[in-house]
Ligand binder design. Structure first.
Ligand code: ATP
Length: 463
């Protein structure tokens, strides 16, 4: 079975409605809400955590456990890593983050708002009538000032310059720091990759658009080390792979696109860069970044070699050649990917009691199935309980005995649960249950002892 794509125009979806559903159903909550929240920080609730973990695990499986095949049909070599969030501060000198990881910010003396100077067109001035930032009569913008995005902290008891350290603004540098350890211990040969998923922190000037731009977020990054002559080939390879992966999660092709970076937009380390972009409800009809695929050349390893005085060259035994590998980096936001899944799944539908359902790919859905006894008597709860006990080791399933069946379906529709199994009078006599399909609301009967097999097939293949 192939994955269906949505035809709903994201511009017709309301971010306010999506944010409200996320709160109502336990996907995402504002962090520290009882204290009034904290701008740029979010908590992932029970369903959001499960969705995020499922997305992370799918990426990890696709990168590390079952990596793609090379053009000759051989599996690529990619190993995993989990490096520290706080590294020796010299890391960020070498990487260029202390000198150059800045965003230009401007303040408005009129309305007291703060904007990112390079994105000024995207902001509204808070004064009424609403106008673009800078366009109001009272607007009086300062000159742009550079603002470093790294969060600082101190190690140990004394808070002086020598004790200063940084929360990592990206997961990539930890990979470069362990490159030598991995070459020495894992018997990898160029070309190979190192993948990492974890938290990153950026003191964004203006966090906004829900979890799109936050100050604490998660990234999924893979550094692909290759021979310099082969870097252009691998850049194209990873471009296609990454787009294919997002599409495999059920994201509609018309909502995804590539955007090449202009020369003047390239980061200091980058030779070529392309973004995978998604059409978010708040950017539609335009697109916004989801993932960047960068050709980083030999910048990072060369810098760390110079600053650490450790040899980071690779010795190619067969070619008797010594060189610093080039790096192709597919870098995506895990939490930004969760936002894409939430926006893409959100499907208004007036025909059902919930008026909306979340059309997650069954592989990613936080709950795979709801199990309901039709009524809470006549032996039905016991059969439902047994079915739940059989399934729960293999699948994330929920049993729900409360309320009428319509309300239980509505809850599962908003949670994006692809299947609901109902135990009814016929189950007791004929050993069958009804299965309700979330997207079509259609029901069919299947044998009670075939439920696990059915669920396994549907989740593996998608609907
Ligand atoms: P931007 O230009 O939007 O600030 P970037 O190009 O600096 O982002 P990268 O450094 O390439 O972003 O980071 C890789 C990925 O990490 C991005 O494609 C995005 O998915 C994610 N990401 C970056 N910054 C944030 C953030 N503040 N909040 C959530 N995700 C982020």
């Amino acid at each position: 079975m192939t994955t269906k794509t949505t035809a709903i125009d994201p511009a017709t979806k309301s971010m306010d409605d999506i944010v409200a559903l996320c709160k109502r159903r336990g996907f995402v909550f504002p962090a520290s809400e009882i204290y009034g929240g904290l701008n740029g920080f979010w908590d992932y609730g029970p369903l959001g955590t499960q969705l995020k973990n499922n997305l992370r695990d799918d990426w990890w499986k696709n990168m590390v456990e079952c990596p793609p095949l090379d053009p000759d049909g051989h599996p690529l070599q990619i190993v995993g890593l989990d490096s520290a969030i706080i590294q020796n501060p010299k890391t960020w000198e070498a990487s260029g983050h202390i000198a150059g990881f800045n965003d230009p910010m401007v303040d408005c003396r009129g309305c007291k708002a703060r904007f990112r100077a390079d994105h000024i067109d995207e902001y509204e001035c808070p004064l009424k009538p609403s106008k673009k930032a800078g366009d109001h009569d009272k607007c009086d913008l300062t000159e742009p000032r550079q603002f470093n995005l790294m969060f600082e902290t101190f190690i140990g008891a004394i808070k002086d310059e020598d004790a200063k350290a940084y929360l990592r603004p990206e997961t990539a540098q930890g990979i470069f720091l362990d490159y030598k350890n991995i070459v020495d211990t894992m018997r990898v040969k160029v070309p190979f990759g190192i993948a990492q998923v974890g938290k990153a922190f950026r003191n964004e000037v203006t966090p906004r658009n829900f979890i799109f731009r936050s100050r604490e977020f998660e990234q999924m990054e893979m550094e692909w080390f290759c021979h310099p002559d082969e870097a252009p080939k691998w850049y194209e390879f990873w471009k296609e792979q990454r787009m294919g992966w997002w599409a495999s999660l059920g994201v509609a092709a018309e909502n995804l696109r590539f955007r090449d970076h202009e020369e003047d937009e390239l980061a200091h380390y980058s030779k070529m860069c392309v973004d995978v972009e998604y059409r978010y409800p708040f950017t539609a009809p335009g697109f916004g970044e989801l993932e960047g695929i960068a050709h980083r050349g030999c910048f990072d390893l060369t810098q760390h070699q110079e600053h650490s005085k450790q040899k980071l060259e690779y010795f190619d035994q067969e070619g008797k050649q010594r060189y610093i590998p080039n790096v192709i980096e597919p870098a995506s936001g895990l939490t930004r990917g969760v936002l894409v899944l939430l926006c893409e799944a959100y499907t208004p539908d007036d025909s059902r009691p919930s008026k909306v359902f979340m059309k997650f790919h069954p592989r990613l859905a936080p709950i795979k199935a709801g199990i309901f006894p039709l009524v809470n008597k006549d032996g039905m709860p016991q059969v439902a309980e047994k079915l739940y006990m059989d399934l729960r080791r293999r699948f994330t399933v929920q049993i729900d005995v409360k309320q009428n069946i319509g309300k239980r379906y509505a809850r599962m529709d908003e949670a994006g649960t692809p299947f609901c199994f109902t135990v009814d009078g016929d189950t007791l006599s004929g050993q069958t249950v009804t299965v309700r399909h979330r997207d079509t609301q259609q029901q069919e009967r299947i044998a009670l002892d075939k439920v696990a097999e059915f669920l396994g097939e549907q989740i593996e293949d998608g609907e």
